[in-house]
Write a protein that binds this ligand. Structure first.
Ligand SMILES: [Zn+2]
Length: 884
């Protein structure tokens, strides 16, 4: 699954829970893990479903081939929100007694006579619900010309919602084959993991579609959709690759089809095992989820339209790159996750860390100019911030039950997981790493694994062994901080001592005495290539560089740690800042900011670097810097220094903005468009009079004729205007939202309504989010948008109206929604309110998001104490420039 990046941004931060104990590398299943008994296991499911599109329910019939391994009196499987009409087991006279456990989402069928070991067919007639949020079996309505809406059906089962579609063994290790038959409307296209085998016309209105049998796979990967779709497709190396969109959207799917067709041969080669299904569909669903952007169902990947479709009138360069990256992520899962699956949710990172790494690696192969590794550093910074606070957790972390499993989908699993894989690949070398992955695929195809299975295959082919370093970074939480003590020299070799501690933004750094084996690349500027050392243990590690230049740590920034320099060494690097490679410029900037945020470095060091960044520096570094400035600006909300801070930020950003201008120039690099959007967005937020005035001018042009504003400009212009909106402007955007002809546009406009800085308008957006005017799946997004500038307002609103909001949320995100809204708050009262809310509404086993949000609020309060240092620096800087 690909998390929504917006969600990652919101959930960037920490927790109060005591550290989760790291389990040993080959730990047996946790004793308290809540799993199904294993006396009876499924081999094959034959499913027939008949959805009632109008009344949002369905009838189902399933025949399950089961193997009884040990004599048993009952069969226990998963079921949620299903009702049973008839249950029979071949060979058993009487129908079983059924016991439903609502909390554990199980059904137990007790038979009057014991079932002897052997193969049986369990046959069940049942009924279930079709939901209107994206989990389980659900319906999405799309606007279709005028106000009529068209309904289509989809499924989303990760992590544990297949049990809402059929009674089944809904755990990743209970792999089986599936045959699906569905009765749908005669005009519909039906889609599942495998191609349609037969279609039978029932009457003028209905047809029955039978899909080919799947390979052996986990239940969470099963997929079904039906609606008025069209499919564009192409044969790629014997595989029928398709993009499925609602009728009329074919043109918007071309970019996705080209991208998938380009990636498939690359993955076939990389994994050494060809894609094993006859077809691969990428399916676009209207609307949105609070939880995810796309899902890797085997052979039938589900995307929300925003993550798959490119519209020439609407989409920006960032949209194009995001679509390519999400496709690469989900296609990587067709191997890592689908062909080979983690045995239990503890090892979810095997799926998600790997796919998060591979999305960059694969797209970088085809679009090196997008500089995805550099782009990915922003997400790594956010993950490091979570990992540097109380309540972080090891990448591999015990998951007791499926409620906790939803909590595992976080930036530690995805982003730190991906960053650690990148570090390990760099350490053993690209070829050895790939050879290990190929062996792992061959050895475990159609099976389940634990993380050590991967390290074993890599160590089997590599002379450099990976397992110990891998254990340090996956079984223990936290961010290593490598401090360099650099000996003085005038010429000749330079010696240095590297020591490690744990970097923490709160007391988490003092927990235990964790050390890591950290691969550190060091270099003297002006000298030869990087030297590699392993820093381990509590004692300092010594190293010698041939030249006496300024010393740089983590050259290329491929390793997961923070670097700390003493003041002379820092000054030497800062003096050459403009000449560092872009990734090292960004790395130094990020590390300095992080150290300043906890008082380990003067904030002046960070601010001085921002001034040394050349206007023509790599586009993405300016984009990243705008994120830092916007983050600081939020902390200034309601404080007296905000006006001076905004003035400083505007002066800083004006230089690169003047350079790139408002409109794209022929031949400019792709990423300049991303930089321009970031600069304009930040200048709008900081209230730059020129940018706001120009945006309003262009907005007026847009209202007179939308085609007068290019797709590249549209979001920037609307974003600036929305942030700085007065009531009349807000009403104009509201009118655009109501009239928008597609889901993509509706989503944009409704979210812009939530962006207003004016609190009264933000409140209007919140009120609007509970009305029927806003499509159901977009309503929570409007509240999330408000939380960007008004976290307390949004969180209080959600708490007050929880009864109305809860039904709008997917089951997976209910425990996370309010904590995410509040995590930007700088008010300790909000932490108290959150805890009270959780006591009433969040299950005790699913409180990681809550704890992270509370720690985030504490962090925001603490970092607020550094703002006076920034005020002083800005005051003295303006005196300096006034004097010069
Ligand atoms: Zn994923």
């Amino acid at each position: 699954m690909k998390l929504k990046s917006a969600m990652l941004a919101v959930c960037a931060i920490v927790s109060l829970v005591t550290m989760l104990p790291a389990r040993s590398a080959a730990a047996p299943p946790a004793d308290d893990r809540v799993v199904l008994p294993d006396a009876v296991v499924p081999r094959h499911y034959d499913i027939e479903i008949t959805p009632d599109f109008e009344h949002l329910r369905f009838r189902g019939h399933v025949r399950i081939d089961v193997e009884v391994a040990r004599a048993a009196n009952s069969i226990v499987l998963n079921a949620a929100d299903l009702s049973f009409d008839r249950i029979s087991l071949a060979g058993q006279k009487d129908a079983p007694k059924v016991t439903i456990d609502v909390r554990q989402q199980t059904a137990a069928f007790a038979f009057s006579a014991p079932i002897a070991p052997g193969r049986y067919v369990l046959s069940i007639d049942y009924q279930g619900k079709i939901y209107q949020q994206a989990s389980g079996f659900f319906a999405l309505d799309s606007v279709a010309g005028g106000n009529a809406s068209k309904r289509s059906l989809f499924t989303q089962f990760e992590n544990s919602d297949a049990r809402r579609f059929l009674p089944c063994w809904d755990e990743p290790a209970r792999k089986a084959t599936f045959s699906l038959t569905a009765t749908v409307r005669a005009g519909d296209t039906a889609v599942s993991n495998m191609p349609v085998e037969t279609t039978e016309k029932l009457d003028a209105r209905l047809k029955r579609v039978h899909f080919a049998q799947t390979p052996k796979m986990s239940s969470y990967l099963l997929f079904f959709a039906a609606g008025d779709f069209e499919r564009l497709h192409r044969m790629v190396g014997g595989v029928d690759v398709g993009v499925i969109v609602k009728r009329g959207d074919a043109e918007r799917g071309r970019f996705a089809l080209d991208t998938a067709a380009q990636l498939l041969p690359y993955y076939n080669d990389y994994f050494g095992t060809p894609y094993p299904l006859p077809k691969l569909d990428l399916i676009a669903a209207p609307g949105s989820s609070q939880f995810f952007a796309a899902m890797e169902n085997w052979g039938a990947i589900l995307f929300f339209e925003r993550a798959l479709l490119i519209d020439a009138r609407l989409s920006t360069e960032q949209d194009r790159q995001d679509v390519a990256v999400v496709i690469a992520h989900e296609m990587a899962h067709q191997w890592f996750g689908d062909l080979v699956t983690m045995a239990w949710w503890d090892d979810l990172w095997l799926n998600e860390g790997f796919a998060s790494w591979m999305e960059n690696k694969a797209i970088d192969r085809f679009h090196p100019q997008w500089k995805l590794w550099l782009q990915s550093q922003s997400a790594v910074q956010q993950a490091m911030r979570i990992d540097a606070a109380e309540g972080t957790h090891p990448i591999i972390t015990p998951i007791r039950d499926v409620l906790q499993a939803s909590d595992a989908f976080d930036s530690i699993t995805y982003v730190k997981g991906g960053a650690v894989i990148r570090m390990l690949e760099a350490y053993v070398g690209e070829n050895a790493f790939r050879a290990g992955v190929r062996r792992y695929m061959k050895e475990h195809a159609y099976g389940n694994t634990v993380t050590d299975d991967l390290w074993s295959e890599i160590d089997a082919v590599s002379t450099t062994k990976i397992k110990e370093i891998a254990h340090d970074f996956t079984l223990h939480a936290g961010v290593p901080l490598i401090s360099a003590h650099v000996a003085r020299c005038d010429s000749g070799p330079r010696t240095l001592a590297l020591a490690q501690t744990r970097f923490g933004i709160d007391d988490s750094a003092n927990i235990g005495s964790q050390t890591w084996r950290v691969p550190v690349a060091i270099k003297a500027l002006g000298g030869a290539d990087a030297t590699h050392v392993i820093v381990s243990g509590a004692a300092a590690t010594r190293a010698t560089l041939a030249k006496c230049g300024a010393v740089l740590l983590n050259v290329g920034q491929s390793a997961y740690f923070r670097s700390h320099y003493e003041s002379d060494a820092f000054a030497a690097l800062a003096n050459r800042y403009g000449r560092l490679a872009p990734e090292d410029q960004l790395g130094l900037l990020s590390d300095t900011e992080a150290l300043a945020s906890v008082g380990e470095a003067p904030v002046a060091q960070f601010l001085a670097l921002t001034e040394k960044l050349p206007p023509d520096a790599e586009a993405l570094i300016w984009s990243a810097l705008t994120e830092s400035l916007l983050g600081l600006d939020k902390l200034y909300a309601g404080r007296p220094g905000r006006a001076a801070f905004r003035s400083y930020a505007r002066a800083l950003l004006e230089r690169p903005l003047t350079r790139v201008g408002w409109d794209a120039r022929a031949g400019e690099a792709d990423n300049v468009a991303i930089q321009r959007a970031a600069l304009l967005g930040a200048m709008g937020r900081f209230g730059d009079a020129v940018v706001v005035a120009e945006s309003r001018l262009r907005f007026a042009r847009f209202l007179s004729a939308p085609s007068r504003v290019s797709a590249a400009q549209r979001k920037s212009v609307l974003g600036v205007v929305a942030e700085n909106a007065d009531g009349a402007t807000w009403d104009k955007i509201h009118a655009l939202a109501r009239a928008a002809p597609t889901e993509l546009e509706k989503q944009d406009y409704y979210m812009f309504l939530g962006d207003a800085e004016e609190a009264q308008l933000a409140q209007r957006a919140l009120d609007l989010s509970l009305t029927d005017e806003v499509p159901i799946t977009l309503r929570p997004l409007v509240i999330s948008a408000v939380s960007g500038s008004h976290p307390d307002l949004a969180a209080n609103f959600a708490i007050t109206h929880w009864d109305a909001i809860k039904p709008l949320l997917e089951s997976d995100s209910r425990s996370q929604f309010v904590p995410h809204l509040a995590s930007g708050s700088s008010d300790l009262h909000m932490a108290v309110r959150l805890n009270e809310f959780a006591a009433a509404h969040i299950s005790a086993s699913a409180r990681r998001s809550l704890e992270m949000a509370v720690a985030s609020i504490r962090y925001n309060v603490r970092i607020g104490t550094h703002l006076p240092d920034i005020d002083r620096w800005i005051a003295s800087a303006s005196q300096r420039s006034g004097a010069s």
